[in-house]
Design a protein around this ligand. Structure first.
Ligand code: ADP
Ligand code: MG
Length: 430
């Protein structure tokens, strides 16, 4: 019996709906702009579901003299419930236009869909807050009740002839199709949330990894120091041996110091999680800090810093750039210029660090940021790794351009902190 009504045309309609829901989810997934801006999100939802409505209408299930049978009310209700009145209005206008162009104007259709628009738009705020099962339940009943209600309205206004296929295609089947569509929307959305959550956890991981590796890194040289001091304790040793042991112990202490320098120069007992960071101010501070080191290496410092605000932990931010500046200075044993620029590009901040030092080979560029990768005799191979992790943690990206014996430029792009609406904004200086 039911099998009689589930024909190729029904499946086609179902297909249009499911494919456009997929398309919506796919595009949403791959576009950070759409995820950030609710307006774009609603525009995408409207476009996808309008397309579904028009396809359903263009290739309907069944046409009889008084009525076109198709599932266009599913994308219509789906869009209005998920997107609110705005999306509903767009879908309403598009489907009315399409209806008029394809099959001529029908006042009754206008009334039926106006009722659906008002009801679904009113239910939308509540609907969006419901858990998955609540959404399924609400969507199924709303679809069914609206179909019954509008049928009664049609009978009263226009003495609409209710036929058997009408009952099946307009009243009985849509709630089931709606169930499918909502289920799909929810499943795809949950998968997206789960992925975002995972990425956030990975970022948190970086912080705890850093802490764990510091103690690990420092323990090694300390163990060596301890060993040699114990050896010195054992009794009188030849003067030469004693001196050698002391030298080794001192080197290891220096190594521990270097490691702490690469990791923890700015660490404070209770660092704030994240805060607004004025890039120009903080970079200037770090430049001042390394000025003596630059002077010792005959390196000139040049900077052009625009004010821009990013979000992050100030200590980590300073550590990151200290490590990169130090690498640049160390790459110019015969002097040169360390040039630092910061450019405010509204949604992002671009920081470049250039030196005219020894440069890096392709292989070295590839390995930059790899733990323990160092070409220096007393290098830790941790500075770049720490810097890269901090950049990644701030949601930034980095790029290296380098030519051997010419120099290196590291370009870092950080997302700008989003400004609050003008009403909430304090007066900002300069
Ligand atoms: P370290 O400085 O202790 O060697 P890093 O992790 O800070 O360790 O840097 C890793 C390696 O990357 C360095 O040993 C060096 O070979 C290379 N490197 C980093 N920055 C530069 C630069 N500005 N110019 C040339 N080589 C660089
Ligand atoms: Mg270094």
């Amino acid at each position: 019996m039911a099998g009689l009504y589930i024909n190729q045309h029904v499946l086609n309609n179902l297909f249009y709906i499911l494919v456009t829901v997929f398309a919506f989810s796919f595009i949403y997934d791959h576009s950070p702009a759409i995820q950030r801006k609710p307006l774009y999100n609603r525009a995408l939802l409207s476009t996808c579901l309008a397309l579904a409505s028009v396809l359903c209408m263009k290739f309907p299930i069944y046409i009889d003299p008084t009525c076109i049978h198709d599932f266009r009310q599913i994308p219509f209700l789906l869009g209005t419930l998920y997107g609110g009145g705005g999306v509903g209005a767009v879908l309403f206008v598009v489907s009315m236009l399409a209806r008029t162009i394809l099959y001529g104007f029908q006042p009754l259709t206008l009334i039926v869909y106006a009722i659906m628009l008002v009801a679904a738009a009113a239910a939308s705020p509540l609907f969006r807050r419901l858990p998955r099962s609540g959404k399924l339940f609400t969507a199924i009943w709303l679809t069914f009740l609206l179909a019954v209600l509008t049928t009664f309205v049609a009978i009263i206004i226009a003495d609409f002839p209710v036929t058997k296929p009408y009952i099946v295609y307009f009243i009985l089947m849509p709630p089931f199709v709606m169930m499918f569509a909502v289920y799909l929307m929810e499943t795809l959305h949950e998968a997206q949330l789960a992925r975002a959550e995972l990425m956030k956890m990975e970022k948190m991981e970086i912080v705890s990894q850093l802490a764990a590796s510091i103690s690990h890194e420092i323990r090694n040289p300390l163990t060596v120091v301890k060993g040699f001091i114990q050896l010195l304790q054992t009794g009188p040793l030849p003067r030469e041996t004693e001196e050698r042991y002391i030298r080794i112990a001192l080197e290891e202490v220096k190594r521990a110091e270097a490691i702490i320098h690469d990791y923890l120069t700015f660490a404070k007992p209770a660092p704030k999680e994240t805060e607004p960071i004025d890039v120009a101010v903080e970079l200037q501070k770090v430049l001042q800090m390394i000025a003596p080191m630059a002077h010792m290496h005959s390196v000139d410092l040049a900077s052009s810093l625009e004010h821009a605000v990013v979000t992050g932990n100030v200590q980590y931010f300073q550590q990151c750039f200290l490590n990169l500046f130090k690498n640049s200075i160390e790459a110019m044993p015969n002097g040169g210029t360390l040039r630092v620029t910061a450019e405010n590009r509204e949604t992002s901040v671009v920081i470049t660090i250039s030196d005219n030092g020894i440069g890096m080979t392709k292989e070295q560029v590839r390995r930059f940021g790899e733990p323990y990768f160092s070409t220096k005799e007393k290098g830790t191979g941790l500075g770049a790794m720490v810097a890269v992790k901090i950049i990644e943690q701030m949601g930034g990206t980095w790029k290296i351009e380098s030519a051997v014996q010419k120099g290196t430029t590291v370009t870092i792009t950080l997302p700008a902190r989003r400004v609050r609406p003008p009403s909430a904004q304090q007066s900002t200086a300069g």
